[in-house]
Design a protein around this ligand. Structure first.
Ligand code: NAD
Ligand code: TYD
Length: 344
């Protein structure tokens, strides 16, 4: 029996990761999910696992070392995977405090905890955004200099540097993963793809920042989950693995694809004021993961998007419920001032 501790397991990628573990290993794994349930954490994402005898949920903040030590001290932990984070760039522009607290202080607390608990492997789930951005050419490799541009990516970069330092200083068994933009089921509708799908279904406008020509590399979330698991099990300690979807698209390409697939008019698109410090392009070279882990993405963009759109159509109450709550206040604060700015 292999025991995983997963932090942030009630969020988008963490929940998909837990589903992936039970689907792949069933009774051969135990999963302990630690999440404090911020606005982005949702236990509905894990309904299907709740009854599994090998699943345990602990509601706690990753900064709360005392509670975590009390809860985990008798566990024998193989893989400790840190997904917990404040994850949205736009929110980090509105206020960076929670990002510093969770993504930096929280990472430091988890590293100390994982050392005390003597875990077999600690995996830090990071992002390609720590590398900054690219112009039209080139790809991020694992030794591309760290040059984050947003408070979100700066806080993730700081977390990564702490993880690296615990390897160098304490010889702690760590691995860092850096992935491009994920999409798929359970993604909170503040991120591009679920926001555009749900707005289109509601007949609302689709806010395009700036000219819509910024480029992201999109990966289906289950491919990322498989990569994180492979990095935990087979990754070389103290090193970084990039994961990408081999699917670069401009934001306009993505939004037009969604509108076409839902049979909605392009007139729903609304160009709004650009994001401050908007990274132009992310693109990933994942040849190290391919060579060392035998990993490559298995779901192409069209297949992944078809699955994702089907999920949002089938789970309307999931996102309608989110969009009817506190989210509305965020949306008003974030987009209220942006709308119409380009035409002024
Ligand atoms: P998310 O915002 O959907 O989920 C984050 C989860 O962490 C939530 O369940 C939240 O409740 C929990 N959390 C936040 N602060 C916490 C705290 N202090 N203590 C305990 N739990 C806390 O994020 P996501 O999109 O699932 O991203 C997961 C991880 O993957 C993050 O570390 C992110 O930086 C990284 N990542 C995300 C993407 C992407 O495209 N979404 C790409 C690459 C890397
Ligand atoms: P996002 O999903 O926030 O991910 P990230 O900024 O971490 O890459 O945004 C993806 C791209 O979509 C990014 O270039 C910003 C753009 N975007 C919009 O044009 N409109 C929106 O309403 C949002 C949320 C994002």
């Amino acid at each position: 029996m292999i025991t995983y501790v997963v932090t942030g397991g009630a969020g988008f990628i963490g929940a998909n990761f837990i589903h992936y573990l039970f689907k792949t290993y069933d009774d051969d794994v135990r999963v302990i999910n630690i999440d404090c349930l911020t606005y982005a954490g949702n236990l509905h994402n894990l309904k299907a696992c709740e009854a599994h005898p090998n699943y345990r949920f602990i509601k706690a903040d990753i900064c709360d070392s005392e509670t975590l030590l009390k809860e985990l001290k008798d566990e024998s932990i193989d893989y400790f995977i840190n997904f917990a984070a404040e994850s949205h760039v736009d929110r980090s522009i509105l206020g960076s405090g929670p990002f510093v607290q969770t993504n930096i202080v929280g990472t430091q607390r988890l590293l100390d905890l994982a050392r005390t608990l003597d875990v077999k492997r600690y995996v830090q789930v990071s992002t390609d955004e720590v590398y900054g951005d690219l112009d039209e050419t080139g790809f991020f490799v694992e030794d591309t200099p760290i040059q984050p541009n947003s408070p979100y990516s700066a806080s993730k970069a700081a977390g990564d540097l702490l993880v690296r330092s615990y390897y160098e200083t304490h010889k702690m068994p760590v691995v860092i993963t850096r992935c491009s933009n994920n999409y798929g089921p359970y993604q909170f509708p503040e991120k591009l793809i679920p926001l555009m799908i749900s707005n289109a279904l509601e007949g609302k406008s689709l806010p395009i920042y700036g000219t819509g020509t910024n480029v992201r590399d999109w990966i289906y979330v289950e491919d990322h989950c498989r990569g994180v698991d492979m990095a935990a099990r087979k990754g070389v300690l103290g090193t970084v693995y990039n994961f990408g979807g081999d699917s670069e698209r401009t934001n306009l390409d993505v939004v037009k694809w969604i509108l076409k697939s839902l049979d909605k008019p392009e007139s729903l698109m609304e160009y709004v004021e650009d994001r401050k410090g908007h990274d132009f392009r992310y693109a990933i070279d994942f040849s190290k993961a391919k060579a060392e882990l035998g990993w490559k993405p298995s779901v192409d963009f069209e297949t992944g998007m078809e699955r994702t759109i089907a999920w949002y159509l089938d789970n309307r109450s999931w996102w309608e419920c989110i969009k009817s709550g506190d989210y509305q206040a965020y949306y008003e604060k974030m987009y209220g001032k942006k709308v119409g700015k380009l035409d002024e």
